[in-house]
Design a protein around this ligand. Structure first.
Ligand SMILES: Cc1cc2nc3c(=O)[nH]c(=O)nc-3n(C[C@H](O)[C@H](O)[C@H](O)COP(=O)(O)O)c2cc1C
Length: 408
């Protein structure tokens, strides 16, 4: 049985998150001290060497992203994405609640790498208590003098899922309506107020103190070679143990669901697992031996995304669940681009028809074509990933759709 490996959560439940002294006693801010003794170019190389890829969904190489920030372009910004709007995901909130200083230290390491004096944490609007905790933690860090001339402010979102998308987040931080921007230019070159900006996820930042302290090679030796390190997962649904774990990325879904999760509740049978949140693909039993690294997940049509693992037992109605998800996307589409605004609306319309037993085979064909078009044509990841639950369930659970069709 594979065991947990705690890097991000190394201090969880061992320190008082409200008291920076505990963090300092546990070796906190030694990573930042080491980072500050390095030339920025060497620091970025070290992070690249670790192989760390973003933990917010897109799995982009962290050091590479930092290297795109052009030198001598005036102010640069470090932005932490704590929007966490993905249903079933609560890892970023928990990381911060257990150890807020590790996030601040990770952001300050990034600030040194890109020569930034100002950071922002964009926090989900439903987490006011996390904002309070973070403000206290920032106050203590300033008082202790550990952040130097790097300042961090916390800003709250207002409940729009799309504001987790990095450019919509930047628009929202600027005080505008949260809609994604066209890319390129990427935020690393032109982000907040037109200035170079690094946006990273909470878990990405929280890995950095240990990476800098122990070296990139140390980190690269943990987990899968293509998606190194660990992943924090939130396990929900029809599983015996609904837990929060940090495991090496070589762990398989079966180990997560049946090992850590203890298997299915009430001795029912397993039906499917959805990984990555609402936009994640549905994975059937025969694919459970797949590793949780982002590329392996992609290879089976799923996404690791934020690491939300939602388990469904044999009694779950796949068509009904996918219909609810389609409603979520129809509601959350910001409306800026046509394929998403119209596509999520039509997809929900067809799913409702199927769910109510009113659809014919042609509706399923239309749904498939619509999904393929949205994957290619939508402006941002919201619309591009929205068809994933439909397309993967059509692939793996087609008989459930077929059984709902109206006799012609
Ligand atoms: C609709 C949508 C919602 C997203 N929500 C989040 C989120 O809540 N948190 C997050 O870190 N990334 C989210 N992302 C991904 C971000 O755009 C971005 O890739 C990420 O913050 C970069 O950080 P990373 O490289 O450390 O993963 C979302 C993307 C999309 C398309």
């Amino acid at each position: 049985m594979i065991e947990e490996k705690r890097i991000v959560l190394r201090n969880a439940d061992n320190i008082d998150p409200e008291d920076i002294k505990d963090y300092l006693q546990a070796g906190g801010y030694r990573g930042l001290e080491k980072a500050r003794s390095m030339r920025t170019i060497d620091l970025i190389e070290e992070v690249k060497k670790s192989g760390l890829r973003g933990r917010g969904g897109a799995a982009f190489n962290c050091g590479l992203k930092w290297s795109f920030v052009p030198p001598n372009r005036g102010a640069t910004f470090v932005v932490c994405n704590l929007d966490e709007g993905e249903p079933g995901t609560y890892k970023d909130r928990t990381i911060v609640q257990k150890d807020p200083q590790t996030l601040l230290e990770g952001m300050a390491i990034c600030a040194h790498a890109i020569n930034s004096k100002q950071g922002y944490i964009y926090c989900r609007g439903e987490y006011p208590y996390v904002v309070e905790l973070l403000n206290r933690a920032i106050g203590q860090a300033k008082e202790a003098g550990v952040l130097g001339d790097f300042d961090i402010e916390v800003r709250m979102g207002a409940g729009a899922y799309v504001c987790g998308e990095e450019t919509a987040l930047i628009e929202s931080l600027e005080g505008h309506r949260g809609e994604p921007r066209f890319k390129p230019p990427f935020p690393g070159v032109e982000g907040l107020w037109g200035q170079p900006t690094v946006v990273n996820n909470v878990e990405t930042f929280a890995n950095l103190p240990e990476i800098v302290l122990n070296g990139g090679e140390w980190y690269a030796a943990i987990g899968a070679p293509n998606y190194t390190g660990t992943k924090v997962l939130t396990l929900t649904g029809d599983v015996k143990n609904r837990i929060f774990i940090e495991v090496p990325t070589t762990t398989t879904l079966r180990e997560v669901v049946f090992g850590f999760g203890g298997g299915i509740k009430d001795d029912k049978k397993f039906k499917a697992v959805q990984v990555g949140g609402t936009s994640g693909g549905f994975i059937p039993e025969h694919l459970l031996d797949t590793q949780i690294d982002a590329d392996s997940m992609r290879s089976i049509g799923a996404t690791l995304g934020t690491g939300a693992v939602f388990v469904m037992d044999e009694t779950r109605d796949i068509v009904d669940i996918v219909t609810r998800i389609a409603k979520f996307f129809e509601h959350e589409s910001c409306g800026k681009c046509n394929p998403c605004r119209e596509g999520t609306y039509r997809a929900y319309e067809i799913m409702k028809k199927i769910n109510q037993g009113q659809a014919v085979a042609q509706d399923i064909d239309n749904l498939t074509v619509l999904g393929r078009v949205m994957e290619k044509a939508c402006l941002c990841g919201l619309g591009q990933a929205a068809p994933s639950p439909t397309l993967t369930t059509l692939q793996h659970f087609y008989p459930e759709y077929q059984a709902r069709l109206r006799a012609q």
